[in-house]
Design a protein around this ligand. Structure first.
Ligand code: CO8
Length: 297
């Protein structure tokens, strides 16, 4: 059964009429807490199923366009789940129509370079997801455009519904991707396809094309996507949490280090797993022909 945290519908238009720059860059909202200590979010829904947490972007009228408020809520939920020993993996999803149609164009259109630079616009939005120790799986139905595509690519695994669309249309707005599109997309699909997508702003990937390129690892009928994603997240969350975190850290280093440094890093973490109870349990269980009972220590 899902445990659902309280939320109320919200639209960015309901934000106080601050100046454009202040509205995008303002300090994180102080969340209201309902009884039981759960935060009351306006633009996301959060649920847990066993050791899996599900964060659902919930700004349907704007196709989950990523505004400052929405990112503050995502970051708050991510940091809570990362610090919760009862959670082993996180699923990030949107609606059947849109995972996210990009950064909120209306919110950022009048902001100025000098403020964006001084306040590190976007930098604060994406720091938390980069800090996450636990795996995050993106379940992408519908549009994943601009910042939406970038948000999916910040996750560790991407699953897609058959009608998902991945694209980087920023060039049509007179700008460029700002949260990893030129870097992560290029690593995922290769230079030629990334250039074609980013420079034209109109060449998008269907779900099956994205799978062929290796951007997404599995495609499901839209109505099955969340269920299948949660199944994989639950499988990951059932493993020893320490080795899962170490494995994630090691795979991510493949993007940062040369091969010999990466192999060195991996070997040190491999050796470190022998200091965990879960390694003793996992190998004992194999020898005794039984299922392991991991304690995440
Ligand atoms: N920002 C603000 N509002 C949006 C956005 C957006 N990105 N996308 C859609 N909306 C709004 C529309 O304005 C519309 O609102 P309203 O009903 O008030 O007019 C509503 O959502 C529904 O949209 P449409 O009527 O346009 O729906 P369609 O089905 O006709 O079209 C599309 C769907 C194709 C997705 C279309 O809405 C579209 O092209 N959206 C913009 C896509 C885009 O250009 N995205 C890139 C934005 S720039 C960016 O992401 C920079 C990256 C920065 C990093 C972010 C950090 C992770």
């Amino acid at each position: 059964m899902f445990r659902t945290l309280a939320f109320k519908p919200f639209s960015c238009q309901a934000l106080p009429a601050l100046s454009a720059t202040r509205s995008v860059l303002r300090a994180p909202t102080a969340f209201r807490y309902v009884s039981g200590g759960s935060p009351s979010y306006s633009m996301i829904k959060t649920e847990t199923q066993g050791r899996v947490a599900v964060i659902t972007l919930n700004r349907p009228k704007a196709l989950n366009a990523l505004c400052g408020e929405l990112f503050h809520e995502i970051n708050d939920a991510l940091s809570r789940f990362d610090g919760d020993d009862n959670i082993g993996a996180v699923v990030l999803t949107g609606s059947e129509r849109a995972f996210a149609a990009g950064a909120d164009i209306k919110e950022m259109k009048d902001t100025e370079f000098i403020d964006n630079y001084k306040n590190n616009f976007l930098g604060h939005w994406v720091e938390q997801i980069g800090r996450m120790r636990k795996p995050i799986i993106a379940a992408v139905n519908g549009y994943a455009l601009g910042g939406g595509c970038e948000l999916a690519m910040m996750c560790d695994i991407i699953y897609a519904g058959e009608k998902a669309v991945f694209g980087q249309p920023e060039i049509n707005l007179g700008t460029i991707p700002g949260a990893g599109g030129t870097q992560r997309l290029t690593r995922a699909v290769g230079k030629s396809k990334a250039m074609e997508m980013i420079l034209t702003g109109t060449v998008n990937l269907t779900a099956s094309e994205a799978q062929t390129y290796g951007l997404v690892s599995a495609v499901f009928p839209p109505e099955k996507l969340i269920e299948e994603t949660i199944k994989t997240a639950a499988k990951i969350a059932s493993k020893g949490a320490v080795s899962v975190q170490m494995a994630k850290e090691a795979v991510n280093q493949a993007y940062e280090l040369n091969l010999s440094s990466g192999l060195h890093f991996e070997r040190r973490l491999f050796q470190a797993t022998f200091g965990t109870k879960d390694q003793k349990e996992g190998m004992a269980a194999f020898s005794e022909k039984r299922k392991p009972n991991f304690v995440h220590k």
